[in-house]
Write a protein that binds this ligand. Structure first.
Ligand SMILES: NC(=O)c1ccc[n+]([C@@H]2O[C@H](COP(=O)([O-])OP(=O)(O)OC[C@H]3O[C@@H](n4cnc5c(N)ncnc54)[C@H](OP(=O)(O)O)[C@@H]3O)[C@@H](O)[C@H]2O)c1
Length: 238
């Protein structure tokens, strides 16, 4: 198994705790800034140098940016697009040749319930996850002949560092606490869906029913609901 993210010390901590609970597991830590095309492109070679040919790619890294679009910092929005969309697409492209060498393999793309609807004040994040869910649907058909299962994991709220990262200073990301599921619950729902060959997983009954409702609601009704924004826009500063 190989783990990647930017903070090497956190990767090592995670690897140590996984080794403690699964002593037989070989874990490689490959620190990488996935927003960098050069660093991403080096990952398959780094795996090969370790003699490691993955049979499962989990595209989990992602971040949100909460607040009005016109007040957002471009570098932050650019980072959301780079990690949520470009890195996920590029990593999939880079690792498909390795996944194809196995008789059966898989890709788990971590999307979001937010990908099921446009979200004012979370517009870029929600749109980035709509991309992930749609890409996953298409690629699962393209990759079927290669024995590669592809599943979108679409969680609702889960207590991680996500909210803190997505908030701007002085802002608060509203979350539906009643729909919260633990990271362990979310991960196991995703892995079960992938193993069962399902196109997506919406962990928890509330999240699942919300996703069905969002797919069935007539667009004018959805627009009416969306216009009741929890966060009111401030006028543009001069
Ligand atoms: N938590 C929720 O409520 C929720 C709901 C729906 C969907 N999701 C999705 O779940 C996924 C995981 O998020 P999380 O909830 O676990 O949030 P998190 O605790 O903030 O974790 C985000 C992870 O992405 C990594 N990452 C971010 N930018 C990166 C970069 N440039 N290069 C490499 N790694 C990067 C971070 O590691 P480093 O900072 O060390 O790089 C961290 O490991 C995301 O795709 C998110 O959109 C979360």
């Amino acid at each position: 198994m190989a783990l990647t993210a930017r903070r090497a010390e956190l990767l090592e901590e995670l690897a140590a705790s996984l080794r403690a609970t699964h002593p037989g597991l070989t874990i490689h830590c490959l620190p990488c800034d996935l927003a960098s095309e050069t660093e991403r492109a080096a990952l398959p070679g780094r795996c090969a140098a370790l003699g490691f040919t993955p049979d499962l790619l989990i595209n989990n890294a992602g971040l949100g940016e909460y607040g009005t679009f016109h007040e957002a910092d471009w570098p932050r929005l650019s980072q959301v697009l780079a990690v949520n969309i470009t890195a996920l697409t590029h990593l999939t492209h880079l690792f498909v040749p390795l996944l194809k060498t196995h008789r059966a393999s898989g890709i788990l793309n971590v999307s979001s319930l937010a990908g099921e609807t446009p979200i004012p004040d979370f517009a870029v994040y929600a749109a980035s996850k709509a991309y992930v869910t749609r890409l996953t649907e298409a690629l699962r058909i393209e990759f079927r002949p290669f024995g590669i299962e592809v599943t979108a994991l679409c969680p609702g709220p889960s207590p991680t560092a996500f909210g803190q990262t997505a908030q701007r200073p002085g802002e608060h990301l509203p979350t539906a606490e009643f729909a919260r599921k633990s990271p362990a619950h979310v991960v196991s729902a995703g892995l079960r869906a992938l193993a069962a060959g399902r196109p997506d997983a919406f962990p928890g009954a509330i999240v699942w029913w919300t996703s069905r409702l969002l797919r069935l609601l007539p667009a004018p009704f959805l627009r009416l609901i969306l216009s009741r924004r929890p966060r009111q826009a401030r006028p543009l500063s001069p």
